[in-house]
Write a protein that binds this ligand. Sequence first.
Ligand code: D5M
Ligand code: FE
Ligand code: ZN
Length: 482
Amino acid sequence: MNEIIGKFAREGILIEDNAYFRLREMDDPASVSSELIVKIKSNGGKFTVLTSEMLDEFFEIDNPAEIKARGPLMVPAERDFDFEVISDTSNRSYTSGEIGDMIAYFNSRYSRLKNLLSKRPELKDHMPIADLRGGEDVVSIIGMVNDVRNTKNNHRIIELEDDTGEISVVVHNENHKLFEKSEKIVRDEVVGVHGTKKGRFVVASEIFHPGVPRIQEKEMDFSVAFISDVHIGSQTFLEDAFMKFVKWINGDFGSEEQRSLAADVKYLVVAGDIVDGIGIYPGQEKELLIRDIHEQYEEAARLFGDIRSDIKIVMIPGNHDSSRIAEPQPAIPEEYAKSLYSIRNIEFLSNPSLVSLDGVRTLIYHGRSFDDMAMSVNGLSHERSDLIMEELLEKRHLAPIYGERTPLASEIEDHLVIDEVPHVLHTGHVHINAYKKYKGVHLINSGTFQSQTEFQKIYNIVPTCGQVPVLNRGVMKLLEFS
Ligand code: D5M
Ligand code: FE
Ligand code: ZN
């Protein structure tokens, strides 16, 4: 591991690329790094990621600890919300569980991703697999990955299929760069390939993802707070930390500066696992404080109901909520969460959903597919969900792998294709905060308000608790509540 990165990593701190490049360029990166580490630690911050903006501020970490006398928050009296739901699948989700649905589903996935790929100039001359002829010609194809495996000699074989046929693509291990790229290819994604046809094989010279262009960052004159994985009803739900967060957002907690940040918050996005649910994993009952799903949502209503009403709350379900488990998950059903539904400023949407928050396109996804990505791809882990998000953006699909831990409904349309590149991708599920700006997109994982569970102990998952990312007019800030 690189020396600077290693130095921070040993202290449990990750470095965003931009911050790393800046540090590397400094006269004496080693001693600046040591100073930064001391500063971070003395601030009591358990930061997960060192960002470039934080370098700017030389770590003014905000740990709202100090309660100020209550004064009115300087929130504009009349707030205009320019809130738009761009995509919500709650009422557009149709499936009968027939095999025909599955074919329609895969066709939809293939054609939508192929459409994105064929816009790439390198692939505009792609040809149907069935039309490939022998010889040494350079070929260009687009296909869905049926299988990906290593040969005995440690070359990689990708079985590709399009609507005309199938072909085996070989990636030679001497082609180091391409081989490395091919290690991130997963089953059921759609890719483009350049190569030469040799007998039954295409020997790859390049592999293409649908990809993401660098996007223009959106100007914003307000702030958005992001949370997820609250797990209300669990014995490990950190109620005190959550109540402090609510107090902060209401302007009753924190320094002047923290209170003015709170006043600037216009939207709160909640990316799933609002409650702990019932029967989600074996032995869960023993860890529940509230053993009735309706009562868990009652409690959620009590807590979320305290949030000032001039904040718009956007809420999607996670795998612990009471929606259908297969993705796309429709919004949390009203029948389980009557009191929560009576809170006027909450918008209940599907998992995933795409919304516009005053022009800031925000894609919200709980993040169940991270389990599959971490399991299938070397180098991807729960700790760095920002890297997984980056990969999903390049693949333009939120849950590419079918048939592993993430149950996907065989809808007629594949709603997990990322058609439009968002300004913000907000996820949760792994219970570990992460942040990265990738090609202008803010990739945010909002951690959790649940301390480590028995289940997570077994898997050695160490959560980051009570750390709330706030996008403050385009700059990421992290507040920590304990
Ligand atoms: O997920 C909380 C954390 O636990 C998250 O990091 C994923 C991990 N998790 C969840 N289910 C599994 C299984 N079946 N195997 C391994 N790891 C898992 P939450 O959704 O809050 O339970
Ligand atoms: Fe969770
Ligand atoms: Zn989850």
